[in-house]
Design a protein around this ligand. Structure first.
Ligand code: HEC
Length: 306
């Protein structure tokens, strides 16, 4: 803008003073007006900087690609969508897998039998499951500990009394508690699925120490857990064919539920919130426009003192 026009208006919009033009020095900052040599210099600088940044990024990438872990692929979980719930039949099968396979070595300290009620089993079923477990309780009147059948309020039994016993039974490796494992590992259930199904022979030239097993998904590739599942490792109560991938998928769904029992509730709340905001946000926007309309449509004029 080469000149600034000052017009003073009265309240009604009439000009009080004759329009007057005040000259303003012309700003000379655009690229087009630069001399040719400066244009060339600036362009070269830009290209060199962009190239340098690109090269640095590529070097950084190649450094990242050199880490020795195989990252799990993303699997299309039925509960992955923003509004999809967990597959509860799968949770039920997954519990069966945990109970019959994983619970031999892994604890789930933060799950009680009552947590299964209404999720994967009926109350009567869970009571029956809990009663199969012998729980140490006490002390009684004589100060002795005693065992009794499990109740709904009991937590899942532990395979080992303490971590030292767990290590002693597993070649020194500690089987981690599985309650929150899918939240505790990068890749969540994708990682656990890949880990369970990913055991293979080590590549040529790689030897794994006695008592360890080669698994490309495990950081370091040598894991202390023997392959826990294979085709027909168990027989499902509901008759689903127990292929290796089916077993892994079901136990992962169960572990996702264990780590995030509020999963379905959270998504249902999210849907309600979206529907609520679909009505509320346009209303609030309309109200804001209405409230501000007085200020926004006001014209400010300068009246010089007489
Ligand atoms: C024979 C005992 C045993 C059984 C059965 C077993 N695990 Fe493990 N698991 C281990 C041990 C030991 C480790 C620790 C491995 C290590 O740190 O090298 C482990 C580690 C893990 C890890 C953690 C890997 C990590 O990234 O740190 C997961 C997840 C896991 N097991 C899942 C399962 C599931 C699911 C099942 C049931 C299908 C199962 N395990 C059955 C012994 C077992």
């Amino acid at each position: 803008m080469a000149a600034l026009r000052v017009v003073v208006l009265s309240a009604g919009g009439r000009a009080l003073l004759a329009p007057k033009t005040i000259p303003v020095p012309k700003a000379n900052m655009s690229f087009a007006t630069l001399p040719r040599n400066k244009k060339v210099a600036l362009t070269t600088l830009g290209v060199v900087t962009a190239g340098g940044v690109g090269l640095a990024l590529m070097l950084h990438q190649s450094v990242k690609a050199s880490d020795l872990e195989l990252h799990p692929p993303q699997y299309p979980w039925s509960h992955a969508g923003p509004l999809s719930s967990l597959d509860h039949a799968s949770i039920r099968r997954g519990y069966q897998v945990y109970k019959q396979v994983c619970s031999a070595c892994h604890s789930m300290d933060y799950l009680a039998f009552r947590n299964l009620v209404g999720v994967s089993h009926t109350e009567a079923e869970v009571k029956a499951i809990a009663e199969e477990v012998e729980v140490v309780d006490g002390p009684d009147e004589s100060g002795e500990m005693f065992t009794r059948p499990g109740k709904l309020s009991d937590y899942f039994p532990k395979p080992y009394p303490n971590p030292e016993a767990a290590r002693a039974a597993n070649n020194g490796a500690l089987p981690p508690d599985l309650s929150y494992i899918v939240n505790a590992r990068h890749g969540g259930e994708d990682y656990v699925f890949s880990l369970l199904t990913g055991y293979c022979d080590p590549p040529a030239g790689v030897t794994v120490r006695e008592g360890l097993y080669y698994n490309p998904y495990f950081p370091g590739q040598a894991i202390g857990m023997a392959p826990p599942i294979y085709n027909e490792v168990l027989e499902y109560d509901d008759g689903t064919p127990a292929t290796m991938s089916q077993v892994a998928k079901d136990v992962c769904t169960f572990l996702r539920w264990a780590a995030e029992p509020e999963h379905d509730q959270r998504k249902r709340m999210g849907l309600k919130m979206l529907m609520g905001s679909a009505i509320l946000i346009p209303l609030i926007y309309y109200m804001k426009r209405h409230r501000w309309s007085v200020l926004k449509s006001r014209k400010i004029a300068y009246r010089p003192p007489k």
